[in-house]
Design a protein around this ligand. Structure first.
Ligand code: ADP
Ligand code: MG
Length: 479
């Protein structure tokens, strides 16, 4: 059966790829249409899953039918590391006369290294060499472009620095370019937009890698006693983008090799781009010498998108090819933009899920549907956080005022006070912007919210009774 699969696979990919990724696979058993194959490592398995899952499916379909399944076993990975680079050896990668430095953008495989520093420790003759492992370029998502990246105050500097770097890699003073920001704020999108731009506009070689993958490859290279291919691969980059460098934290050896690659590329005028979930100075567990390099260029942050940017992002999603025929009212868009304001990924997720639900039920996108979905998606960041509906309900119940009344235009004194207190707690507990809080209180503007919070603060110092109420409410909330 596996032979048949291989026949199918062979016709679909290059000989070289076939040898690297399919020759080493051993078929183990076939039980009830479940074919088990053995692969040399976890990395290998992940690579197959990521790059060849469709091809494998096709091959299985052809030889076992559509009920056929594939299972992997991974050869037990060695516990101890077979080789570690020598900490005290400054010639590890650079500054070594014996070491032939890679020429600018010369093809890696033509290089001839006379130095065997990489392999001289614990060089086991039994370890097979897998030199072709790093000849693959990594996938950059073609959707992540500058065109599809919405610009706003929250990301203007990062975006324009990114564009400058994409247009003139290695030439601007933004080298390295360090982009940081919380999850789902567009770091990967932006860095891959640079990658797509470079790929489309010129001859430069861009390599994109996540820090996790970089680490895994490094470990794999150590295991295979083939650090050479690993460093060769990265040193051929004109632009190296390494995503989420916070994951290098505590990984001393990986940092060391990255430091060497970094220095080499930087000295040869190559562009380096990095992303991180926090500013460099807060990166714990990264060596000082590496951190100091990060400060050479430009550091730019991505902040939470403001309301206008969020609305623009929603419209962008709705304009995409897949969603062309979706109808959604301005009111629902506004509601979504106001309700999910911390994270673009969450916003996207909400919209995708609303569209999916509507099309499954063959029903239009209603406000009701939007509300349900948002409530499922927007989980409080930590358990102490309370959502705005809860705040309104608690405060309303406490003062015997309905939520409708809180949102209404009524200026009756008791209601105004309850409403102001609810706004005050909304600010304290929900993490919503003033604008969004106003929106959820019957479409009031943010100055009304500011006024409410101020009034409550003033009243607390002037009226003992009111302070009691508020303390009491706060206790209830904290439960
Ligand atoms: P991060 O890497 O910072 O966690 P991502 O780049 O993965 O975030 O972004 C999460 C999602 O949000 C992606 O689908 C991305 O396309 C989208 N996104 C983020 N920022 C923007 C933006 N400014 N314009 C359009 N889409 C964005
Ligand atoms: Mg990312």
């Amino acid at each position: 059966v596996w032979e048949n699969c291989l026949k199918v696979i062979r016709t679909q990919i290059a000989e070289q790829t076939y040898t690297t990724w399919f020759d080493p696979i051993k078929p183990l058993k076939l039980v009830d249409k479940v074919l088990t194959i053995q692969v040399p490592s976890r990395f290998f398995y992940e690579w197959l899953e990521e790059h060849y899952v469709h091809l494998l499916r096709k091959a299985i379909d052809a030889s076992l039918g559509t009920e056929g399944r594939l299972e992997y076993t991974i050869i037990m990975e060695k516990q101890e590391k077979p080789y570690l680079p020598n900490h005290n050896s400054p010639q590890f990668v650079q500054n070594n006369d014996n070491h032939t430095k890679p020429q600018n953008s010369a093809p890696a495989q033509q290089k001839n290294y006379s130095n065997n520093n990489y392999n001289n420790v614990n060089n086991s003759p039994n370890t097979p060499k897998k030199t072709s492992q790093f000849n693959q370029t990594f996938q950059i998502n073609p959707r992540y472009t500058f065109e599809s990246f919405i610009e706003g105050d929250c990301n203007r500097l990062a975006r324009s620095a990114g564009l400058a770097v994409a247009q003139k890699p290695g030439v601007t003073s933004f080298n390295p370019l360090m982009l940081y920001g919380g999850v789902g704020l567009g770091k990967t999108h932006l860095v891959q937009a640079i990658g797509n731009y470079v790929q489309e506009n010129g001859q430069k070689k861009i390599l994109y890698v996540s820090s996790d993958r970089f680490t895994n490859q490094f470990i794999e290279a150590l295991k295979n006693n083939d650090l050479q291919s690993f460093t060769d691969y990265y040193m051929q980059a004109d632009v190296l983008a390494i995503d989420d460098v916070q994951f290098l934290s505590g990984k001393e050896k990986t940092q060391e090799i990255f430091f060497n690659i970094f220095n080499h590329l930087h000295q040869s005028g190559k562009q380096i781009i990095m992303t991180s979930d926090c500013p460099p100075k807060e990166l714990k567990g990264l060596q000082e010498r590496l951190l100091s390099r990060f400060k050479w260029g430009l550091t730019a942050d991505l902040k939470q998108p403001d309301l206008e940017t969020r609305i623009a992002i929603i419209h962008k999603i709705l304009q995409s090819e897949d969603n062309k025929n979706i109808e959604i009212s301005g009111k629902v868009v506004e509601y979504l933009a106001h309700s999910i304001d911390s994270n673009v990924r969450e916003l996207e997720g909400a919209i995708v899920s609303i569209i999916a639900k509507a099309s499954l039920n063959q029903s239009p996108i209603t406000m009701e549907l939007a509300k349900q979905t948002v409530q499922q998606i927007v989980q409080p960041v930590d358990s102490s956080e309370i959502n705005i509906d809860e705040v309104q309900k608690y405060v309303g119940d406490y003062f015997g005022v309905s939520v409708e009344m809180l949102k209404s235009k009524t200026r009756k004194k008791e209601i105004v006070i309850a409403r102001q207190i609810a706004m005050y707690f909304a600010k304290e507990y929900t993490g919503f912007s003033l604008k969004s809080i106003g929106y959820h209180f019957g479409g009031r503007d943010h100055s009304t919210v500011i006024h409410a919070i101020q009034t409550v603060n003033d009243m607390m110092s002037e009226k003992k009774e009111l302070k009691m109420y508020i303390d009491d409410l706060r206790k209830k909330f904290s439960k």
